[in-house]
Design a protein around this ligand. Structure first.
Ligand code: NAG
Ligand code: NAG
Ligand code: NAG
Ligand code: NAG
Length: 374
């Protein structure tokens, strides 16, 4: 082996040793993801080589190479630095700091420097990328003709260029509804103009539909186009209700037998039950039929057959239950209530007539008097 080649090998050994030394002194995770708006802890560890070294001071530099925090290990009162970070508990020869609430500006690379005596200082680098999840609303229901508001929130609006809302119907057809890009007006696709609005916000995107129609049912996806992180999306589903307006009709089908129908159109189909005060004069259980309509609603008819005498004696009610109603709608087919109503109406009419004739009398007397005076 020649002298020069030996020298080369030696040089390589030395440089290799140096790399090992440089890399081995301070270790820190190269890349970390920190969720926005939460505390996050960064750590560096010193892999001490020489037993003679002592750590005199630890310094942390922020993404702009400004001092973030410094302290002398073992001396609690030596900590100084910026308000938004604090020293975290860490084992010996490890340094940890906590960013109290991670924000968009905290993204970047942090340097931790261990000042050692007597051998100088060693440093490590750890890079933070700030992330956010999209928080969608819970699934929604809206009453046909009323308003529906769907929303998505994203914690890092600074990273977002555009948010696009699309609708996927129950049949799987998907189409864009509206979009909003930074420094522009929200854009509504032509088929939705006039009944859909989008908020001019990237952090809290809100899609309003009014009036809601049955075809608006389905799932809505908010798609965030972001720098670096690529597209992010989330989905919220909307169900449209049509509330029932029940009606009761009845007719005598054969002598002494009355057939009563309680019917309503709704979406989803309503459930109809009959409330007949304890009595055994109904002729079998009610018969329910469902007729789906093309517009997505369903006509439900419940037919109850009773003996005619029953109508005079007890209260018969049809109760309509529907998911969109807080409590069931009761429709009475009771003739007793009819009689009561008739009595009420006649009493009111008689009273009104009395008051009117009284007024008429007074007016007559007054006019008469006035006539005398002139
Ligand atoms: C911080 O310092 C490092 C070298 O120590 C340099 O590479 C980096 O560009 C600096 N960053 C800023 C924001 O000045
Ligand atoms: C919302 O509804 C969709 C479909 O109806 C369902 O797949 C999804 O799990 C629901 N999400 C929540 C949070 O309930
Ligand atoms: C009740 O509904 C049925 C259809 O389901 C109809 O044939 C019948 O005439 C209706 N009866 C009354 C009293 O409206
Ligand atoms: C109905 O109940 C009454 C007593 O509550 C009984 O006398 C009558 O026989 C019953 N009628 C039928 C048809 O079951």
């Amino acid at each position: 082996m020649t002298e020069s080649s030996l020298r080369r090998v030696l040089q390589q050994c030395v440089s290799l040793l140096m790399v090992v030394r440089l890399q081995g002194e301070v270790t820190a995770p190269e890349k970390l993801e920190a969720p926005v708006e939460l505390p996050f802890t960064l750590s560096c560890a010193l892999a001490r080589e020489r037993p003679g070294d002592t750590v005199r001071q630890v310094r942390w530099l922020d993404v702009q190479n400004q001092t973030l925090l410094t302290y002398q290990p073992g001396q609690g009162d030596s900590v100084s630095g910026q308000q938004h970070v604090e020293l975290a508990a860490a084992p010996k020869d490890t340094s940890s700091i906590t960013i109290r609430r991670v924000g968009f500006r905290d993204e970047g690379c942090y340097t931790c420097i261990f000042d050692l005596l007597p051998s100088g200082s060693d440093q490590g680098l750890t890079c933070l990328s700030v992330t956010s999840r999209i928080t969608p609303d819970a699934n929604q229901t809206a009453v046909s003709g009323k308003r529906a508001v769907l929303s998505c929130s994203y914690g890092l609006p600074e990273k977002v260029q555009q948010v696009v809302w699309s609708h996927t119907s129950g049949q799987g057809e998907s189409r864009d509804v509206a979009s909003y890009a930074r420094r522009s007006d929200p854009m509504i696709e032509p088929p939705y103009q006039g009944r859909v609005w989008l908020s001019a916000s990237l952090s809290h995107s809100q899609l309003t539909i009014q009036p809601v129609a049955i075809p608006d049912e389905g799932c809505y996806t908010c798609l965030y186009h972001t720098h670096l992180e690529g597209p992010r999306s989330s989905t919220v589903c909307l169900a449209t209700y049509v509330l029932p307006k029940p009606q009761v009709s009845y007719k005598t089908t054969s002598p002494g037998v009355v057939e009563a129908n309680c019917s309503c159109v709704s979406r989803p189909p309503a459930e109809i039950v009959w409330n007949v005060e304890r009595d055994n004069r109904t002729m079998g259980p009610p018969v329910t039929t469902q007729l789906p309509h093309r517009d997505g609603t369903t006509l439900v008819i419940s037919t109850l057959t009773v003996r005619a005498g029953l109508l005079k004696d007890v209260s018969i009610k049809c109760l309509v239950h529907h998911r969109g109603l807080e409590s069931a709608i009761a429709v009475s087919m009771n003739t007793k209530i009819g009689t009561a109503l008739a009595i009420l109406i006649s009493v009111t009419t008689v009273a009104a007539l009395l008051v009117m004739s009284l007024c008429f009398c007074l007016w007559k007397c007054f006019l008469h008097k006035e006539g005398e005076d002139v």
